[in-house]
Design a protein around this ligand. Structure first.
Ligand SMILES: Nc1ncnc2c1ncn2[C@@H]1O[C@H](COP(=O)(O)OP(=O)(O)OP(=O)(O)O)[C@@H](O)[C@H]1O
Length: 230
């Protein structure tokens, strides 16, 4: 289980996260919603260890990981798909996937399952990352995170700038990973419908704080939408 407890984060003098809490169990999807600039990416970066929190704590599978380096968090099974995908444009699809094996035991290979989930990547193995469409790059970014065999997957706006049919495919993969494979998933989203259809719990942030949180079925949809639009 991932347990984020009342974390604070500042960039210089500017407070970005204030007492933010979030938890997700294996097999469940937790969505984090909010307008631009409320701190969603900063929350994910804090979980991954890319930002140093100023207060509160983060534990994963029962251990406090608050002060561990990102590489150590990755080794403990946390996979991260950043906003904007961060594909290496001049490396091939195969090479992009292999970058995720850097910390894996010698002789490790890209798991065949990633090609079952995203068959297009098998066809495009020798194509350069920069030559893929936005949707294909997003699939590659998720496949690259899966290559390191995580148990927690954190995704920053996987639907951003992507065509509806690919959004649907990505939604199906996230659902499969959680429901059938027991991954814990934290998903930052701009689109309410995508999050609602996938997530077991929804946390809505406003200006660095949690404004509303709860089980998806129990949340007042109108109240959530209001926080996303005002
Ligand atoms: N490295 C940084 N240094 C200083 N300020 C930052 C940094 N990263 C983010 N911020 C600021 O922190 C606030 C939260 O940003 P963050 O990217 O976490 O929000 P977000 O909810 O993910 O927004 P978006 O949906 O636009 O990505 C914003 O005001 C942003 O300008």
């Amino acid at each position: 289980m991932l347990d984020v407890r009342a974390i604070d984060l500042s960039y210089g003098a500017s407070r970005c996260l204030r007492g933010v809490s979030l938890s997700v169990e294996p097999g469940k999807v937790a969505a984090v919603l909010g307008r631009n600039g409320v701190g969603k990416s900063s929350l994910l970066r804090s979980i991954m260890g890319l930002e140093r929190i100023g207060g509160g704590g983060i534990s994963w599978e029962g251990a406090d990981i608050s002060t561990l380096a990102p590489s150590e968090r990755a080794r403990r099974g946390i996979g991260y798909v950043p906003q904007g995908r961060e594909i290496f444009p001049f490396l091939t699809v195969q090479e992009n996937l292999e970058t995720a094996l850097a910390a894996a035991p010698r002789g490790s290979k890209v798991p065949g399952e990633v090609f079952d989930l995203f068959p297009i990547l098998r066809d495009f193995l020798r194509r350069r990352g920069g030559d893929l469409s936005g949707g294909q790059q997003q699939q590659l970014a998720i496949a690259r995170a899966l290559t390191a065999r995580p148990r927690l997957l954190i995704l920053d706006e996987p639907t951003e700038g992507i065509q509806p049919n690919v959004i649907k495919d990505i939604g199906k993969v996230i659902q499969y990973l959680a429901r059938d494979r027991g991954f814990a998933v934290v998903l930052v989203e701009q689109y309410f419908e995508f999050a609602r259809d996938l997530a077991d719990t929804i946390t809505v942030m406003v200006r660095g704080e949690v404004a509303l949180a709860g089980k998806t079925d129990a949340l007042d949809e109108a109240a959530v939408r209001k926080l996303l639009t005002v």
